[in-house]
Ligand binder design. Structure first.
Ligand SMILES: NC(=O)c1ccc[n+]([C@@H]2O[C@H](COP(=O)([O-])OP(=O)(O)OC[C@H]3O[C@@H](n4cnc5c(N)ncnc54)[C@H](O)[C@@H]3O)[C@@H](O)[C@H]2O)c1
Length: 451
């Protein structure tokens, strides 16, 4: 894996001075979730007023020990003051009551006084309603306006801070805890500027220390890179894991499966009998399937050989579709299960030399959108996770200039870690995360590509 020496440099005493003097970007060292940690927010959580914020205040003591209110009284919270209160680690702003242009000034009034008091790697979540659910056009316009604000605020955050907007549909209020445990914690360190829709879902996590307990998960391409990180993270959260990869990766796969107490399954997902073999190895069925296996065979279209095109489309798009259909038809994928497809922001933005790869990744996004309504009746969610620049052996082999551009052209000014993608997948695999379906979750540090 490539190491980002620039981050080490700018976070040294000398580097900080030099970089500040010449105005170079200064990416922060992001705080990440450490095994054994219990509290999603280690520090002060600031809550606004409003009906959704009131819902949050009911479980806020499970998120943090230090709760403040800002802009009005909130049950169980002390009023925040710039002079006397601790630095702020997390913020929840309820924008659901903003229904007219004149009320949008509340955004400036709420956020301006607190921005200089945010701690490093602070996480801001704005809560709103679905604009199209508003019958008054001015209310719909106002709810949509909040999206523009949240994406810009994400770009203005400093020191590793992030901002997300969660649009809460009627009935989805009881899924706020799961979402905030993710988006207010270092589990979402490399996610920023995202707009996520939550719908009603009748499932709940039973034990927050092991949110995936009792769930069985299959991860394809699990021998190394992002897939290995996903398998580790799902196992950490209590899932029983089945790790799948090609025969050439058998020794790495076996070693990881043994370490995680999981099962190794050597299989080429493009083999003609792959679906039949997979079902045979899943007698008890499963709850989570993560289609992570993927390949690149880069060439400009003018030079693209047919086998480069075919193999990428086959592994990245056709195999996940065929295997998902087989898991559904056979009933191997349980009710209330989760399907997670590893796409890429290049599937949204396009990329020179990757017509085959970006076609496959955009196809996965379309597949998630198209399948979601049908799977809803079985409580199954399907989403695409779109990583941006992630520090893996794949990106370590990129030419220097491209690698640097990939890292710095984002609000967080750096590449992500495989763990960042794995945390997003683990969240989507939780009971209750079915509240999100048919969507794309970008894990890209708010990359400018495809934004
Ligand atoms: N690394 C990044 O920056 C990045 C960015 C965006 C998206 N992604 C996507 O994330 C996923 C994982 O990426 P990575 O960087 O860890 O890749 P990687 O090459 O390190 O790992 C991919 C794994 O998939 C396995 N695999 C390939 N073909 C297979 C087949 N036919 N059957 C079974 N297994 C097969 C490989 O053996 C390998 O273990 C891929 O889908 C990739 O497109 C990665």
């Amino acid at each position: 894996m490539a190491s980002d020496r620039y981050i080490d440099f700018v976070n040294s005493d000398l580097g900080r001075k030099l970089v500040g003097a010449v105005g170079l970007p200064a990416p922060a060292r992001l705080e990440r979730w450490q095994a054994g940690r219990l509290r999603p927010v280690e520090g002060a959580l600031l809550l606004s007023t409003g009906p959704l914020a009131e819902r949050v205040s009911a479980f806020a003591p499970r998120l943090t020990d230090v709760l403040f209110s800002h802009g009005g009284e909130v049950t169980g919270a002390h009023p925040w003051t710039a002079e006397q209160s601790a630095k702020i680690k997390a913020v929840v702003f309820d924008a659901s009551t903003l229904l007219h242009t004149s009320q949008l000034s509340q955004l400036r009034e709420f956020f301006q006084p607190i921005l200089r008091h945010l701690d490093n790697s602070a996480h801001v979540v704005m809560l709103a309603r679905a604009p199209e659910a508003q019958s008054d056009p001015l209310a719909a316009s106002t709810q949509q306006a909040i999206e523009g604000f949240s994406r810009s605020l994400a770009k203005e955050m400093r020191n590793g801070g992030t901002v997300q907007l969660l649009q809460i549909e009627d009935g989805a209020e009881d899924q706020l805890e799961g979402a905030l445990r993710f988006f207010l914690s270092p589990k979402s360190a490399f996610i920023s500027g995202q707009v996520i829709r939550l719908s009603a879902c009748d499932q709940q996590v039973q034990d927050w220390t092991r949110p995936l307990a009792g769930r069985k998960a299959l991860v394809t391409g699990a021998a190394r890179g992002i897939g290995a990180a996903i398998a580790e993270t799902l196992a950490r959260d209590g899932a029983e894991v089945i790790l799948l990869d090609v025969p050439q990766a058998k020794s790495d796969l076996d070693a990881l499966a043994a370490r995680l107490g999981g099962q190794a399954l050597v299989l080429d997902i493009c083999a003609p009998d792959a679906a039949a073999q997979l079902i045979e190895h899943l007698p008890g069925g499963l709850d989570i399937v993560v289609h992570n296996a993927g390949i690149t065979r880069d060439k400009t279209l003018a030079n693209m050989p047919a086998d480069f095109w075919d193999s990428v489309l086959d592994v990245n798009l056709n195999a996940p579709q065929v295997l998902t259909q087989a898991l559904l038809d056979s009933g191997a994928l349980h009710e209330n299960g989760s399907v997670i497809l590893l796409a890429s922001i290049s599937g949204l933005a396009g990329n020179r030399g990757q017509t085959n790869y970006t076609t496959s990744k955009a196809g996965l996004i379309g597949y998630a959108r198209a399948m979601a309504p049908t799977l809803k009746a079985r409580g199954i969610s399907i989403n695409a996770v779109a990583p941006g620049f992630i520090e893996t052996s794949m990106t370590a082999h990129m030419p220097f200039a491209l690698r640097e551009a990939g890292r710095r052209m984002s609000s967080l000014g750096q590449g992500g870690q495989p763990q960042d993608v794995a945390e997003a997948v683990a969240w989507l695999g939780q009971p209750g995360s079915g509240a999100m379906s048919g969507q794309v979750l970008r894990v890209c540090g708010q990359s400018v590509l495809g934004a």
